[in-house]
Design a protein around this ligand. Structure first.
Ligand code: SF4
Length: 419
């Protein structure tokens, strides 16, 4: 049977898709992660915004255009949030929510509609089979933070940590097969709190892993000297810190139920830079949150400039029914759109300022794919680089020659894999 496992969401979804793919392969099924003709489509959906949820629904129709007789199985956040938006659809035979993805593999040939209770302890996925340059390692699921705009804690349940031994074993195995690992989770910063450990402790146990290690999104409160020292102790740490900001205004942060002030955030960024001079700070920003005044928004723009981010992913606020923020007075869509555009312009300027410091410098590059006649890849800071006359999946030392439209163009100094 040909089965497509398609990801519509984040890196955690991606990890889960990879583990389902591996298990299906082991059972002898022909699998694909692209939307191609298949007998069964497994869609791991996303509910981070209304738009993501709409795309998840639309994806069912896309599958049926490829094969009108196919069975469709839906899992992930959008189906956990509202199973009925999928269960009524033609050919959808199984709706699963976020828990127990193994059941999808077991029940692939059965019919039925089901959404299970949320899990309360960490459920080990099957380790994905890695064939890519970079692999993801999921260390945690769920979230206890209840940011006022976010549905995830309702959909994924409370934070639960994967056992350290299981993570270490997977990192050791993956480091033999790929050149970079990204450690990820829904709220990685809370790693260990339920099992008497911490993110810093876990990282310190990865010190012998001999490949590049990158971290997924962090909450600013997890940044302290212990964590930074543990990261310094890694053999090949990628100093890109994705520190979720969401707003650069204290009154908005409070309404968002984020547990830090802009001053605290800024101090943590300074601390990171003391440990990692050549690091990149990246972030997410929500524009047009309910009750965000023009003055609050201008504070945010100033904060972006002052902090010197490399990348700012800007999102227009998206009302999620059932959250606290859904009950606040909402801003008109045109105000949200306008603020998004203005924030994106400031973000572009920040990126230019950051990147221009690297012209003439030597950086380590890991190449991935061909793109626009170049080999493209990322430095440890996650700077995207284009290179000529290079192989894929290879580590090079490169000199940055110029920056154009947010992309660095570089020349090879040496091939680290063959030295
Ligand atoms: S930290 Fe906040 S935004 Fe992130 S998943 Fe938890 S509740 Fe949602």
């Amino acid at each position: 049977m040909k089965i497509v496992v398609y990801n519509l969401g984040c890196k955690v979804n991606k990890y889960e898709c990879d583990s389902i793919l591996k298990s299906l392969r082991q059972k002898g099924h022909e699998v694909s992660e692209d939307l191609v003709f298949a007998d069964v489509y497994i869609l791991n959906t996303c509910a981070v915004t209304n738009e993501a949820e709409r795309k998840s629904r639309q994806c069912v129709s896309r599958c049926l255009r490829l094969n009108p007789d196919a069975k469709v199985i839906v899992c992930g956040c959008a189906s956990q949030n509202n199973a009925s938006q999928f269960s009524g659809k033609e050919n959808v035979c199984f709706v699963k929510g976020v828990a127990d993805k193994q059941a999808i593999v077991d029940e692939i040939d059965k019919k039925g509609i089901e959404v299970q209770e949320l899990p309360t302890i960490y459920e080990d996925d099957f380790s994905p089979e890695v064939v890519r340059t970079r692999a993801y390692v999921k260390i945690q699921d769920g979230c206890n933070n209840f940011c006022s705009y976010c549905l995830i804690p309702y959909l994924r349940g409370r934070s639960r940590s994967r056992a350290e031994e299981s993570i270490i074993k997977e990192c050791e195995e993956l480091s033999q097969k790929c050149k970079e690992l990204t450690i990820t989770g829904i709220d990685m910063s809370s790693y260990g709190k339920d099992i008497g450990s911490s993110l810093a402790e876990l990282i310190s146990k990865l010190k012998d892993i001999d490949c590049r290690i990158r971290l997924g999104s962090l909450e600013v409160n997890v940044i302290d000297e212990n964590l930074l020292k543990a990261l310094k102790g890694l053999k090949k740490f990628c100093p890109q810190f994705h520190l979720s900001l969401q707003s650069g205004d204290d009154s908005v942060l409070k309404k968002m139920n984020r547990h830090y002030t802009t001053q605290e955030y800024y101090e943590k960024v300074k601390l990171i830079r003391e440990y990692f001079e050549d690091c990149a700070i990246t972030t997410d920003l929500i524009c047009g949150f309910p009750l965000e005044s023009e003055e609050s928004f201008l504070n945010t723009l100033e904060f972006l400039k002052k902090t010197g981010f490399y990348q700012v992913h800007t999102f227009g606020y998206s009302l999620r029914g059932g959250t606290v923020a859904a009950r606040y007075p909402q801003l008109p869509p045109e105000v949200i759109k306008d603020r998004c555009q203005r924030a994106s312009l400031v973000a572009e300027k920040c990126k230019e300022e950051y990147l221009k410091n690297y012209v003439g410098k030597t950086l380590e590059l890991l190449t991935e794919d061909e793109e626009n006649g170049y080999m493209s890849g990322y430095t440890r800071q996650y700077i995207k680089v284009y290179l000529k006359h290079a192989k894929s999946d290879t580590l090079y030392n490169v000199r940055i020659d110029k920056i154009e439209k947010g992309i660095a163009y570089a020349s090879i100094i040496d091939d680290k894999d063959n030295n």
